[in-house]
Write a protein that binds this ligand. Structure first.
Ligand code: ADP
Ligand code: ADP
Length: 225
């Protein structure tokens, strides 16, 4: 079974050909990287998988269904954006609870899930703070907790470490890897940093000018001449 299956997909922004004949399979539980320089189409493919962008041709299936055939609340996909997009006027706890309240889950379940998600990212003690009272790394973890709390099957991360300093980046990416393995999440991690992709991902798709040039495990990609 493929968790994500993309076939012959082309995406245009009016006349601009942003993704060209994309074919890609991602297995359940894989930690996958989209690697390439700025402007080569990584975010567009992530948004396509999330159902935020429509392809002109081809097929985008997640867990066996065409993504756009499912209503948004049944897509089981969590996306963490490059800008964390936390609510500044809400506490950390309320930021994580927000998506669950929107889904009208029972209060007891919301409480349990928010507690568990904050525990995973190590922020249970900061639930009453506002985002502005947190460091960049802590805000990044709140954004992650908010997505984990929704319990998605697929986790999409758009350069989630780009705003962190070098030391924090190493720490958070290790935590991300642990978390992904513990929860068995199918994860796609967008980055322009080759070393980052090598360190934490099972497989990498290398992008260039709207195309996937090659796909493979880090060792397979770099042993080529
Ligand atoms: P990456 O994530 O690799 O930086 P993107 O997928 O964000 O690349 O963008 C790919 C190309 O599509 C870029 O040239 C970008 O300028 C263009 N693009 C992205 N979004 C839009 C949009 N909404 N309208 C028009 N062009 C866009
Ligand atoms: P409102 O803003 O609607 O008055 P509250 O902030 O009082 O809501 O919280 C609503 C629910 O969220 C309550 O069940 C409360 O126990 C829980 N809650 C809010 N903040 C926290 C927190 N920091 N730690 C644990 N539970 C919290």
């Amino acid at each position: 079974a493929k968790d994500i299956r993309i076939r012959d997909t082309n995406v245009f922004y009016s006349n601009f050909h942003a993704l060209k004949d994309i074919n890609l399979d991602i297995e359940p539980g894989e930690f996958f990287a989209f690697l390439g320089p700025s402007g080569c189409g990584k975010t567009t493919l992530l948004r396509l998988i999330a159902g935020f962008v429509e392809a002109r041709t081809g097929s985008v299936q997640v867990a066996g269904s065409e993504i756009l055939s499912l209503p948004p609340w049944r897509r089981d996909i969590g996306m963490v954006f490059q800008s964390y997009a936390l609510w500044p006027h809400l506490s950390v706890w309320k930021n994580v609870a927000f998506g669950l309240e929107e889904r009208r889950l029972p209060a007891a379940e919301i409480k349990q899930r928010v507690g568990a998600a904050l525990e995973i990212v190590g922020l249970n003690h900061l639930g009453n703070r506002r985002p502005s009272q947190l460091s960049g790394g802590q805000q990044q973890r709140v954004a992650l907790a908010r997505t984990i709390a929704i319990e998605p099957k697929v986790l999409l991360l758009d350069e989630p470490l780009s705003n962190l300093d070098a030391k924090m980046r190493v720490q958070v990416r290790r935590e991300l890897r642990d978390l992904q393995q513990r929860l068995g999440l199918t994860t796609i991690f967008v980055t322009h940093d080759q070393e980052e992709a090598n360190t934490i991902c099972d497989r990498i798709a290398v992008f260039r000018d709207g195309e996937i040039q090659q796909t493979g495990a880090p060792m397979q990609l770099y042993e080529r001449p």
